[in-house]
Every structure is written in C-alpha cells, then in structure tokens.
Design a protein. Structure first.
Length: 209
C-alpha cells in the first residue's frame, strides 16, 4: 500500500476530525461523514480510480488567493479543531492547482476574479481517486457563488464567516465550527460578506463503501 505524503495525511486527519466534530451524531450528515472517513483509509492505489489522460497539473495560484492567509488567520483565532485544520491546510495549499469554476466567464465580475477552487482528493487532485472528492473554495469579500447542484452528497466545513443557500431553506450562516450538508441534487450556493470565505468541501461520490 502506498503511503500518503505526511502533509497530505495531516490535512486529511484534521479535516475529518473537524467534520466529525461539527456534525450531530445522528442522521444522514454524520452517516455520510463516516463513509468518507472509512473510504479515506484506502490508499489511492486501493480506491477506485480512472487514470487521467491529461498531464499532471503543476501548482498554480490565482490573484484572489491573496485572501487565503487572512482567512486562515481568522480560522486560527477560532482555536480548537478549526485552528488545527487551518494549520494543516496551510501545509498543502501551495501544492494545489487553483482554478475558476468552469462556467465563469471573463467580464462576469466580481465572480470571475473573486473566486477560486482547488481539488485536494479526487480527479486531478493531490491524490487521484473517484469515490471521494475533497477540495476547497475561496471567495473574495462581497462575492456570490452561483446556484448549482450535483448528485453526490456534500459537506462543507467553513474556515471563515459566510452564508450558504439551499433551495427551500434560503440563506443560512453556519459560522466557523458549523457545517453545511447538501443532499443529492439540491440547489445550493454561497456568498461572502465583509471577509473572504474559505471552506473545505467533501463529496461522497459512490455507495461502494
């Protein structure tokens, strides 16, 4: 079994600890989180994987990534598992390939210049696999991420202030130490306020575990 790089394993340990700590201990969200946690015990060479036909992505940043450090500073001020997750994320952040959402179009401001996403686990991530996707989203202050939906269930762990929208529920602010759970195909979005929004997301893509 291939061992993960130490900094990546440290991030996964902290992200899973934060997710499991912020969720209620009964119900569908914790069930999904435990499946993700169990799935991550498989290394990349044991997990289902469709090899990429594209060249390996080199680390790359967008200008909006200058907001990462201020967001992490606020997360560290929270203390506890959120501060630990912020430190672990800082250990891998410069290895990531940051990109805009594929629907973003030049001139669509402030969204085009004010957001970035990166995949950590999943297709073209630091660890390529098909069953679990883990990544991060960043919004500059005053930016709204567009409505979207997808079949996999999803859990966000916010590392900053921000609001999330879900169809039928409107806007909610979970706060640092809270969580957002998106059921399969629910329409959802997010937006930042006076501060940048930084959040880790985890998608359970398969029911094989």
């Amino acid at each position: 079994m291939t061992e993960r790089p130490r900094d990546l394993q440290a991030f996964l340990d902290r992200s899973q600890a934060a997710m499991l700590a912020c969720l209620p201990q009964t119900g569908e969200p914790i069930r999904v989180a435990r499946r993700i946690d169990e799935g991550l015990r498989l290394s990349a060479d044991q997990a289902p994987r469709t090899p990429s036909r594209l060249p390996a992505r080199l680390p790359a940043r967008l200008p909006v990534c200058d907001y990462i450090e201020p967001a992490l500073a606020r997360a560290r001020g929270q203390g506890g598992v959120i501060a630990e997750l912020a430190d672990a994320f800082a250990g891998i952040e410069r290895q990531l390939y940051w990109e805009r959402r594929w629907t973003a179009k030049a001139g669509d401001e402030p969204f085009f210049s004010g957001h970035a996403n990166a995949t950590i686990i999943g297709p073209d991530g630091l660890e390529e696999r098909d069953d679990i996707w883990i990544g991060v989203s960043l919004l500059a202050p005053g930016v709204r991420y567009p409505d979207h939906h997808h079949p996999p269930q999803e859990i966000y762990v916010p590392l900053s202030p921000g609001e999330w929208f879900q169809g039928g529920r409107g806007w909610q602010e979970p706060g640092m130490g809270g969580f957002v759970y998106n059921t399969s195909d629910i329409v959802h979005a997010m937006r930042s306020g006076d501060h940048p929004l930084l959040a880790i997301w985890s998608l359970w893509v398969t029911d094989r575990v």
